[in-house]
Design a protein around this ligand. Structure first.
Ligand SMILES: Cc1cc2nc3c(=O)[nH]c(=O)nc-3n(C[C@H](O)[C@H](O)[C@H](O)COP(=O)(O)OP(=O)(O)OC[C@H]3O[C@@H](n4cnc5c(N)ncnc54)[C@H](O)[C@@H]3O)c2cc1C
Length: 414
């Protein structure tokens, strides 16, 4: 058993080294190329990460954001950095794992606070608990730091958590969580240090080829000329249609996020309990995400048509926050003191097959699409790989499965 475990760790280390070697070879190729003018549309985590890596590699970058940085999904997100059992199949799991590795680098390079320490996850249904154990066994066989713990072991790790002694909990040791707004701001500032221009309140209306053989982007702040442009526009599928002539089938769903005022440290890890997800940020604020979606009725679907990011009234927002705090206190009674700081509605950019859309659609050769769920986890590796693909014009083997012209299956694992 020990020998098998050692072999797994060696295989994972070999995979990591191969990926790092590929990335550094591509980086050397990039530094030898003339600068390109690239406009990145969208200032969420994906647009900020791509801008950072492009500017760092020497491209002339302009990041244009309709609203303010981190104002859409990258604000109303739970922000769990994870490569757990849910990330399937193996190639997608590997990409997420590379995302985790990338955050370790960015944490140092850009001073982005991240709370590492892993995640603890369990379900209420007995059937789901059985498959969870099998999922964790698979993760361990892939060389991940993953194991099932008893409730007693969980209580030793998280003394404030109420769990029964015989509970079986999945522990994924590599996971972490961050403040997504701070991460976007640090990435954008890092891009600016490499001469990128960042423009907020700048909406891109159209993209058309011009007489010079480049692209003119018409925006609310005037025209921009670019060699290439990146659509990091998140859940708004009409934007891809308008600016690149492609339809990306999405099933974007809303999620409520409650952020408390700072509390003394109560939890150390990401907690994914039945009905609720929790983590406590470096600033002491507890972030609460719910697992269920919006109720399926006419009144809700009418209200949600405009994709609001806030509730219509303070009273409704607080009612939702209290509902989620009540579930939180079942697991974390010490959160009785928690006061609500913010209540957000986030819209997941979710391509219908659950996987990212990354690459140039045949309908629009100057564009590059970067639209995905799990964008918090994936941002560092997506930023690096997209920058390399754009600058070297060499397709990355890590992105083969995610091209925009693929057949989209509606059978997604989550
Ligand atoms: C409730 C919820 C929980 C989540 N939990 C997690 C999690 O735990 N872990 C994880 O990894 N991921 C999670 N996600 C997913 C993750 O948050 C997203 O994948 C990620 O934030 C997407 O980033 P983005 O930059 O692509 O999109 P966004 O942050 O939405 O940014 C897109 C930007 O493009 C701008 N834009 C659009 N059109 C234009 C235009 N024409 N001109 C200029 N600007 C334009 C928008 O204003 C917006 O700011 C969650 C998401 C939600 C909603």
């Amino acid at each position: 058993m020990a020998r098998a475990g050692q072999e797994l760790i060696e295989r994972r280390t070999a995979l990591k080294l191969a990926a790092a070697l590929w990335l550094s070879t591509q980086n050397r190729r990039v530094s030898a190329l003339p600068p390109q003018r690239i406009v990145v549309i969208g200032g969420g985590i994906i647009g900020c990460a791509i801008s950072y890596y492009l500017a760092k590699a020497g491209a002339q970058v302009a990041l244009l954001e309709r609203d303010t940085l981190a104002s859409k999904a990258s604000r109303g997100t739970f922000a769990w950095i994870n490569a757990t059992w849910a990330k399937q199949p193996r190639h997608y799991h590997r990409l997420n794992q590379m995302g985790l590795d990338g955050w370790h680098q960015l944490e140092q390079a850009l001073n982005i606070p991240i709370r590492w320490g892993g995640s603890l996850e369990w379900f209420s249904s007995r059937e789901r608990q059985v498959t969870l154990a099998a999922d964790i066994e698979e993760q361990a066989s892939w060389g991940e730091d993953a194991e099932m713990l008893s409730g007693t072991e969980v209580s030793a790790l998280e003394p404030n958590l109420t769990v029964s002694a015989d509970l079986a909990v999945a522990y994924s040791g590599g996971d972490g969580a961050l403040d997504p707004v701070v991460a976007c701001q640090r990435l954008a500032a890092g891009a600016q240090q490499h001469q990128a221009q960042i423009l907020e309140h700048c909406e891109v209306h159209s993209a058309s080829p011009n007489d010079e053989g480049s692209i003119t982007l018409s925006t609310s702040l005037g025209d921009w000329v670019a060699d290439r442009y990146v659509l990091a526009t998140g859940a708004d599928s009409m934007t891809a249609q308008t600016l690149a002539g492609v339809t990306i089938p999405q099933r974007s769903t809303p999620g409520v996020i409650v952020i408390t005022k700072p509390l003394p440290r109560l939890i150390h890890r990401v907690i994914a309990a039945p009905g609720i997800h929790l983590h406590q940020r470096d600033d002491g604020k507890i972030v609460i995400g719910e697992q269920s979606g919006a109720p399926d009725n006419v009144a809700h679907s009418l209200r949600l048509r405009q994709r609001p990011t806030r509730f219509p009234t303070e009273t409704t927002a607080l009612a939702h926050a209290e509902r989620m705090l009540a579930i939180t206190r079942q697991y974390l009674p010490a959160a009785v003191e928690a006061e609500v700081d913010e209540v957000l509605i986030g819209w997941r950019p979710l391509p219908i097959d659950g996987h990212p859309v990354l690459g140039t659609p045949s309908a629009s050769p100057a564009s590059y699409l970067a639209i995905m769920h799990s964008g918090i986890t994936l941002a560092p590796i997506v930023g690096q790989l997209v920058a390399q693909e754009l600058l070297t014009k060499t397709p990355s083997p890590h992105l083969t499965h995610y091209r925009p012209d693929r057949e989209f299956s509606s059978v997604a694992r989550y």
